[in-house]
Design a protein. Structure first.
Lengths: 299, 320
């Protein structure tokens, strides 16, 4: 009886919305990872580092513009482009020479990149101080939905996630570049054979994927303390999500993110000390049930 | 595959190195014996991983979990029970092998990246237990000042103990990889379908390979506690798993001794570059990128390709 009282409907609803907003951040990040995996076949471990750079850049930009509401929106818009610029340099300088290598070598390479980017962030921003961004005035405070009070910023995230999904869907299905990228994911030799410059298609897909990592970092910044180690925290989750969703499948990334985010937040409700166990268990169950992921993988 | 006389020559080289290592502690500063012992422990861990990765062709992505299980079992038995220490010494590796059996049993059902991801999730569950079960494991603080047997308390004695166990394990691993079982494992790596077709039980061989490798990872975990007198959750964290994977690739994962080179480089870099700058991982990262561009077969792969009589033998995955 006591249990049913302590876990009330309002608490359930609250955890549902928190889990949903967490899932949307995971989706923004993993959809980028999934795009890179699908089109370029690169398991990019440095994706988490780009997410971290996105968060740090958002912090600096919002400070630069005085930390108000406008500063937040500027940070949200600019920092993904900062990350995209970093990734463009990495792609043209290093990645493009390595696409034909086997996966383990690419893994080693992106791990090296993660080490370098992690230390560069430490060099530029330093390790110490506590950093956080204040959400803009419009998104401060909380709203009441079905009797449970939800921070407005989380509602904003729940709206942004599907918008990103729709945008990405429009890009891959309605633009020429997106269609070429999808074709390259299935058969890159054929795309090259009909006279398309695959190299730039790959560069564009890579940069777009990293842009999404940066956007995820900027979006998450107001909800956490921006700190070193963010890259480690997210990247393994991101890989598990794209695997259970179906490698290279954007909707799979959505399904995986929802599974991960919701089990995490309900885990906190039911067994706070071992909440961390729930999403991993969910991943194990999904992989044993459908080894190739929930939705169709392009691999 | 093996040149006549070359295994005898390798034997003498190994014996000579062992003798040198036995006589080092009185000559060199104590700090260096500690670094050497640390390299032995890490090497054993990396070599046990290479048994399944380099020789078995499996994506064993969370090997550190078993290292941690070995270390925690040993540490917990010494701290919380009064069992004889011999029991604790044996229980560490056995517990790691049991974890290997349990996790491997699920993992061998999948292949490649899916194998890797399943193992990462299962291994992360073990990590979560070590990380969050404060009353048993000390949570994120871990356990410090573990009462290891008094005869191992001096750092020189610990060095000798670790060196002897390390050498014995290396010899055992060599024998296992040379045995018919080891050969079958390599055949499965090169062509699982054909092995299946000629009647080899692929999954069972892979599972046994995982159990053996995780056993040795457990031994490495016990040796870590002997050296450091402490355990903490980072021992089971996936970052360490990735690091030892990198050691195998760095040293050359198709050679027997490659992972030792990789481990020695990583430990030395961390220690000696770490003295001068906190940005040693930056240097490691740059080094790795150079390696990928110029020495894709790893350091030992490069050396054995360079010095073998037949060109390309290093790539031919020779055990020697």
């Amino acid at each position: 009886m006591e249990l049913s009282q302590s876990i009330s409907f309002a608490a359930l609803g609250g955890h549902f919305f928190v889990g949903l907003s967490r899932a949307m951040i995971l989706f923004v990040v993993t959809s980028g990872l999934s795009l890179v995996l699908g089109v370029l076949r690169v398991p990019n471990i440095a994706h988490g580092s780009l997410y971290m750079i996105g968060a740090f850049a958002a912090y600096t930009i919002s400070r630069l513009f005085g930390g108000g509401s406008i500063a937040f929106w500027l940070a949200l818009v600019i920092s993904p482009f900062v990350v995209a610029a970093v990734s463009l340099v990495a792609e043209r300088l290093l990645f493009q020479h390595l696409y034909q290598r086997e996966h383990l070598m690419l893994l080693l390479f992106t791990f090296a990149l993660m080490l370098i980017l992690g230390d560069l962030v430490k060099l530029v921003w330093g390790a110490g101080e506590y950093r956080s961004i204040v959400p803009p005035h419009l998104l401060k405070g909380s709203a009441s939905i079905f009797g449970s009070s939800i921070p407005r910023y989380n509602l904003f995230l729940i709206i942004v996630g599907p918008l990103v999904a729709v945008g990405l869907w429009l890009f891959t299905n309605r633009t020429k570049m997106g269609k070429i990228a999808r074709a390259a994911a299935v058969d890159r030799e054929m795309v090259g054979a009909v006279g398309i410059n695959v190299s730039w298609v790959f560069a564009f897909a890579f940069v777009l994927g990293c842009f999404l990592a940066g956007l995820g970092g900027a979006l998450v910044a107001p909800t956490i303390s921006v700190s070193l180690g963010m890259d480690h925290d997210i990247i393994i989750e991101a890989f598990l999500i794209v695997t259970i969703g179906g490698l290279g499948n954007m909707w799979g990334a959505m399904v995986g993110s929802l599974i991960f985010g919701l089990t995490q937040s309900f885990g906190v409700l039911f067994w706070p000390q071992f909440a961390i166990v729930f999403p991993y268990t969910a991943v194990v169950i999904v992989l044993l049930w459908r080894p190739m992921g929930m939705l169709k993988s392009v691999w | 595959m093996v040149k006549p006389g070359s295994s005898l020559r390798s034997f003498w080289i190994c014996a000579a190195i062992l003798v040198v290592l036995l006589f080092l502690p009185p000559v060199i500063p104590r700090f260096y014996t500690y670094i050497l012992a640390s390299i032995f422990v890490t090497s054993l861990l990396a070599m046990s991983l290479n048994m399944v990765v380099g020789y078995g062709g499996m994506f064993q992505f969370h090997h550190a979990a078993f290292y941690g299980v070995g270390a925690y079992t040993f540490g917990l038995l010494l701290t919380k029970t009064h069992l004889p220490m011999l029991v604790a010494f044996i229980a560490g590796p056995i517990a790691a092998a049991l974890a290997g059996l349990l996790i491997g049993w699920f993992c061998v059902r999948l292949i490649k990246l899916y194998f890797a991801m399943l193992q990462i999730s299962l291994g992360s569950l073990l990590w979560a237990i070590a990380f969050r079960w404060y009353s048993l494991t000390g949570g994120d603080d871990g356990m410090h000042g573990i009462p290891t047997p008094s005869f191992l308390f001096s750092s020189t004695h610990a060095y000798y103990f670790i060196l002897i166990v390390f050498s014995a394990c290396l010899f055992l691993m060599y024998l296992i990889l040379k045995s018919p079982f080891g050969m079958t494992l390599q055949a499965i790596r090169d062509n699982p379908d054909r092995c299946e077709a000629v009647g080899v039980n692929v999954r069972r061989h892979q599972l046994i390979g995982i159990i053996i490798a995780t056993f040795f990872a457990g031994v490495a975990g016990v040796l870590f506690v002997v050296l450091e007198h402490s355990v903490f959750p980072d021992l089971l964290f996936w970052i360490l798993s990735l690091e030892i994977f990198i050691m195998c690739l760095l040293g050359g994962w198709f050679t027997f001794i490659g992972p030792v080179i990789g481990a020695a480089i990583m430990v030395s870099l961390r220690t000696f570059v770490g003295i001068y700058t906190q940005y040693w991982t930056l240097i490691l990262g740059v080094l790795l990128i150079f390696l990928i561009f110029f020495l894709p077969e790893g350091i030992m792969g490069f050396i054995s390709a360079k010095f073998s009589s037949k060109p390309g033998e290093g790539i031919e995955r020779a055990v020697e």
